[in-house]
Each structure stands twice: as C-alpha cells, then as structure tokens.
Write a protein that binds this ligand. Structure first.
Ligand code: ZN
Length: 508
C-alpha cells in the first residue's frame, strides 16, 4: 500500500472524528436534556471506531508503504511529517491497554455525578474515593505511555507534547517572580469603576454585537456561526465549518463579547489552516483524537488569548470601538468614556474561581492545579490532603481564603472526567500569545499602526502565515522558533503584563 492509501484512510479517521464533533456541538448547544444518554453512546462509538481504524492492519500496511515511499523526502516536508505522525499515534494508542481505557470511561461517568453532588454540597469527602481511583488510573496510563522524567510528562503529552514537569516548574517559578509583585501592588491600589458593566443589556443585542466584532477581527461567517451556550467553546468540522459559542448574561456585559473574541481567535486558527491539509493528519490530532488543525492545546489557546487580550482588551480597541458599543446599547453607556471602559474590562482582583479570574491572576489558578496534579500523580500528595493543599496554595499565591470546597478544589469538572495534564495549556497559551504578538509587531511595525486604526488584516495575515497555515506540520516549539526565533519564552509575557498593569494601576 502507498502514501495515497494512507491519506485515504486517515481521511476516514478524520471523518469519524468530525462526525463526533458535530454531535458534540449539537449536544452543547441544541440538544434537549433527554438526548444525553444515547448521545454519549454515539460519541463513544465514533471515538472507538476512529481509534480502531487508526490502529487497524490496513492503516499499518499503508503507513509502512508510505514510509518506504517517502524515505528520501526532507524530514519536515508535509508528507514525511504525516507518515511520522501516523506512526507515533499508532504507537501511542497501542501502548494503552483497552481494559484500562474502559475503566477510565466507566469511572468517568460515575465520577462526574459524584463530583456534581459533592460540589452541590461543598463536601469533598463525597468525591475523594472516585478521585483516588481516577488518579490511580492516570498513574497506570502514564506507566503504559512511558516517560523519561516524571509520570506527569506522559499525561501532558496528549495535550501539550514536549512539556515536562521539570520545564513547567521552572516556567512557573519565573512567572511567579514577575507576577506576584504586580498582584501585591494592585491589592494596595484603587480599583477603577466598573458599575456600568452590570446594567441591563438586552441579550439579543449582546449577541449581535459580539458577532459583529468577531467578524470585524476576521472570523469568516461564510464558514462559521455563533450560538449560545453555558461554557463557550469553538469546534471545527474541517476548516470550512468552524463554529463558535459564547455565553450571555443580561446583567454582565463583558462575557458575551470577550467570549466571542476568544473563541473567534480559536476559530481563525482552524479557518486559516492550509486547504491542502484538509482531512489529513496535519488537520487531525491523532493522539488526542480530535479533528483539529492546531498543533497543541497551548498553541490553540495562544490564538484565542491573543485576540481576546492583546487586541480586544487593548486601549486602541476601545478608542476605536466605544462608539460601536454605545450604538449597540442606546443610552446605556452614554456616561462612560473609552478610557473608563478600557479600565473596567481590565480590572484585576484575586478571586477563588478560575473561570471568573482576570488576565493577571488567571495563571495562578493554573499553577495550583498543575502542581497539585503532578504531586497526586507521583504520590507525594494524598487525595485526602488535597483540599488543604489547594487552600494553602491559593492563600500563598493570591492571598485569598477559600470559603469552601465548592469554591475551591471542587470547582472544575476536569478531574471527574479523568482529564489530568491539560491545565498547563492555558498558561502556555498566554505565554505564546505574548511572544507571537511581540514578534509580529516588532518584525512589522505596520501591524501595530493598523491595529491603532482598527485594521485587523495585517495582524491576521501574519498569524495565518506564521501559525495557522502550517496546521500540525511543525511542533509547537518549531513553530515558535520559525515565527519568533526562539522556543517558548516567558519574558515577552512578563514584559507585557508589567507594562499593562503598571499603567492601569499607576504602579511605580
Ligand atoms: Zn480557549
């Protein structure tokens, strides 16, 4: 069998995964509650079918044929990368015993119910036995996948290949060194007014405005649409149909708009992948089994954070679009200046809840989770001791006293569904966003001038050329090396945060 057979079979894997994505988009936007049980079976069937096709004899023969056929090609050519990625993915999935995967899936549905009940009652004890079992399963997964350093490395591989516990520890230490002084100084500073964000804003108008701004920065609605949901997300069914969702609160203005800008950032990544890669492994994550073109979860998050924060929360953005905002809500914001609005949507204040936290304090929530996950996985932290360790870390990093487990260790769904090792992508995304934005505007000063004039095309073009277009051809660090001249580097992020928040809070 040949390379073209490999492309044909991986195309079918991509179809299975995209069909699953359509079902999960529907489940999270339109499906009535009664559909839940049969829908999870349908999704599981498609995921298993994709995995089995990937690990089938047919695929292995095609992979071997393609490997021989592409032997002389440059190592980083699309063809050679496809062949190598298929081999890596087959190897990854075959290492995980089916019985272990089944235990994880079965425990996942029971554990999510226990977690929901425990959170409702703010009683960690109800969830602790299921979490212990989930940690044990993940430990066995790590052993099966294999690792050189820390077992946590094997768990992060699925979401953020190349990331190690050792590297993360150093990265977090550097971030804390730069960010804690800012958090401490802001705690002493005056907060800007933000009362106007909590006025009545008609939900339909919010959605219209959010969509118009997403389109304005370059989200293509010929190949996309916006719907509402509880937890905003982006999902693609090839680059030609990339959907986003946002949430709307009648009495809290920023959620719908920034949710849409964030998800539009994710969406433009998928919409910008080279058309030649459609249905190939360069637009399919064969390890995590998602039909996406983004090279890692962190790289994906970099695009959403870049558009949400570096563009949408910038002074220039509100200098340009405050008039549009006032026009969208007649008489609601006439007493609010551009500068006041810009300051209000950049308020920083430590809180207990990750999803409600601001740009500066968000990473501390991530550090707490990654550090505790790694310690649970290596056995240096017992699950029973988790709430105390959580509360101590929140106090240490952000100076907040967690009032109860519901607003502490029980707030996220991830662990109950068995996801351990995914949180780092948020902070890696923040770091990458700053690094890419810094390089884009340094290499090409016209990009910042265009942004100052509400022209988003030069920035979008740079990101398409340097990031999106490549799909999964290059690794995250190869991509950064090509676009910015170096691998992941926290310094531009720290410089950006220091300059932004020193200005906002008039810090010395
Ligand atoms: Zn995101």
């Amino acid at each position: 069998m040949s390379y073209s057979d490999l492309i044909e079979i991986t195309g079918r894997v991509n179809d299975f995964l995209n069909a699953g994505s359509v079902l999960s988009w529907d489940a999270r936007t339109m499906m009535p509650p009664g559909g839940g049980e049969s829908r999870s079976k349908q999704l599981a069937t498609l995921a298993v079918a994709a995995r089995n096709l990937l690990c089938s004899d047919e695929m292995k023969r095609a992979q071997e044929g393609a490997e021989a056929e592409c032997a002389g090609m440059p190592e980083d050519s699309p063809e050679a990368r496809i062949v190598a990625q298929v081999r890596t993915a087959i190897d990854y999935h075959e290492r995980i015993p089916p019985a272990l995967l089944r235990r994880k899936t079965e425990l996942g549905s029971a554990a999510q119910q226990l977690w929901a009940e425990a959170r409702e009652k703010a009683a960690f004890d109800l969830f602790a036995p299921a979490l212990s079992e989930m940690v044990e399963i993940n430990r066995e997964m790590a052993q099966a996948i294999g690792f050189d350093g820390h077992p946590y490395d094997a768990l992060m591989y699925r979401f953020e290949p190349g990331t190690t516990q050792d590297g993360l520890t150093k990265l977090f230490a550097r971030l804390r060194e730069g960010m804690i002084p800012l958090v401490r100084a802001i705690a002493e500073a005056d907060q800007p007014r933000a009362d106007f964000l909590y006025r009545d804003f008609e939900p339909e108008a919010q959605l219209r405005f959010a969509l118009s701004m997403a389109e304005r920065i370059g989200y293509d609605t010929e190949r996309g649409r916006l719907d509402t949901t509880v937890h905003p997300f982006e999902v693609s069914f090839t680059r030609d149909d990339v959907r986003i969702t946002t949430r709307v609160y009648k009495n809290f203005l920023p959620a719908a708009l920034f949710g849409a800008l964030h998800e539009a950032g994710h969406a433009m990544y998928e919409q910008g992948v080279d058309t030649a890669y459609t249905r190939t492994p360069l637009a399919t994550d064969l390890v995590s089994l998602y039909a996406v073109g983004g090279v890692s979860f962190g790289a994906h998050e970099s695009q959403s954070r870049l558009w949400e924060n570096h563009v949408g929360r910038s002074r220039a953005f509100w200098a340009n679009h405050m008039g549009d905002l006032r026009a969208a809500y007649p008489e609601r914001l006439d007493d609010v200046s551009e500068e006041e609005f810009f300051r209000a949507v950049n308020r920083s204040e430590p809180s207990f809840i990750r999803v409600e936290s601001d740009e500066l304090t968000y990473d501390f929530h991530i550090m707490v989770r990654c550090e505790l996950e790694a310690r649970m996985v290596d056995g240096s932290l017992e699950v029973d001791d988790l709430p105390d360790a959580w509360n101590a870390a929140m106090k240490d990093y952000l100076g907040v006293d967690v009032p109860d487990d519901a607003r502490g260790v029980l707030q996220d769904v991830h662990w109950s569904s068995g996801q351990i090792g995914t949180f780092c992508n948020y902070t890696i995304g923040n770091i990458m966003a700053a690094q890419l934005f810094d390089s884009a505007t340094t290499q090409n000063p016209g990009i910042q001038r265009a942004l100052d004039g509400a022209d988003y095309t030069p920035l979008r073009t740079w990101l398409t050329e340097n990031v999106a277009r490549h799909g999964r051809r290059f690794s995250r660090d190869e991509l950064l090396q090509k676009a910015t001249g170096r691998p992941l580097d926290p310094e531009p992020y720290l410089t950006y945060l220091t300059s932004k928040f020193s200005d906002l809070y008039a810090l010395a």
